[in-house]
Design a protein around this ligand. Structure first.
Ligand SMILES: N[C@@H](CCC(=O)N[C@@H](CS)C(=O)NCC(=O)O)C(=O)O
Length: 228
């Protein structure tokens, strides 16, 4: 028996990506089950896991259900204390949890205007004041981690942690819409885009084609910044 992770899609489902990274990046065995996020069967697919209603949803080997990403991160950290989901250092751990909570509850303008899509990069995306404010906040909170906890490594807290998993879709949004960010944040984006697990997820997603393409916007596109 292992964990079952129910995910929705690999090109557009940002929360599915977060949940999946919490297993893959920390070597926690799992079985992946796709639900019909875009084919219309999601409600019935998730019915046996009620009251879960979103992806990712996880069923533990005991059959217990986890229907929220922060609960998933905390549960995996508690059950796999040596996996390194949270930083070892107590102060860093506080900030990692803060970042995860702020991601979970915030950045609404960025999330609404720039839905995660891993197909291509839009050209000429116009950044509204609200999105700019979210990007500024992102620069502020992430640079605090880079300056205080990252040990000059690519990740927020030295080693990859759950906080990086929660910010992977943000990196994808910056890439997918060509958003203007600082050099330091851009190198964090590149770290995600070149990460082997992220690349494997994206490659898998590209096997599916959509008609219509979810969240498509009427702008020219160019290739995704990193090769498959
Ligand atoms: N708060 C949830 C959010 C999950 C979420 O919104 N997932 C989206 C897919 S990325 C979903 O299931 N959407 C289906 C719907 O809104 O009906 C979490 O942290 O896991």
């Amino acid at each position: 028996m292992t964990y079952d992770i129910f995910i929705g899609d690999k090109s557009f489902s940002s929360w599915s990506l977060r949940g999946w990274l919490l297993f893959v990046k920390f070597d926690i065995p799992y079985r992946e089950i796709m639900v019909g996020l875009y084919s219309g069967t999601m409600k019935e697919d998730l019915a046996p896991l009620a009251p879960a209603r979103f992806v990712p949803t996880v069923r533990t080997p005991e059959g217990w259900v986890i229907g929220e990403s922060i609960a998933l991160a905390e549960t995996l950290a508690e059950r796999h204390p040596d996996a390194g989901l949270w930083p070892m250092d107590a102060q860093a751990r506080i900030y990692a949890r803060w970042l995860v909570a702020e991601m979970h509850a915030g950045f609404g303008a960025l999330r609404n205007a720039c839905p995660m899509q891993l197909l291509h990069q839009y050209k000429g995306f116009e950044v509204s004041d609200a999105v700019k404010a979210d990007i500024d906040r992102l620069e502020t909170v992430l640079s605090h981690a880079f300056e205080n906890f990252s040990d000059d490594g690519p990740w927020l807290f030295g080693n990859y942690t759950a906080a990086d998993a929660f910010y992977a879709p943000v990196a994808a949004r910056i890439a997918g819409y060509g958003l203007p960010v600082s050099e330091r944040l851009q190198s964090y984006v590149t770290a995600h885009l070149t990460d082997a697990s992220f690349k494997a997820w994206r490659k898998d997603g590209l096997k599916i084609s959509y008609d219509p393409v979810p969240y498509a916007i009427d702008l020219p596109t160019t290739e995704w910044p990193e090769p498959v």
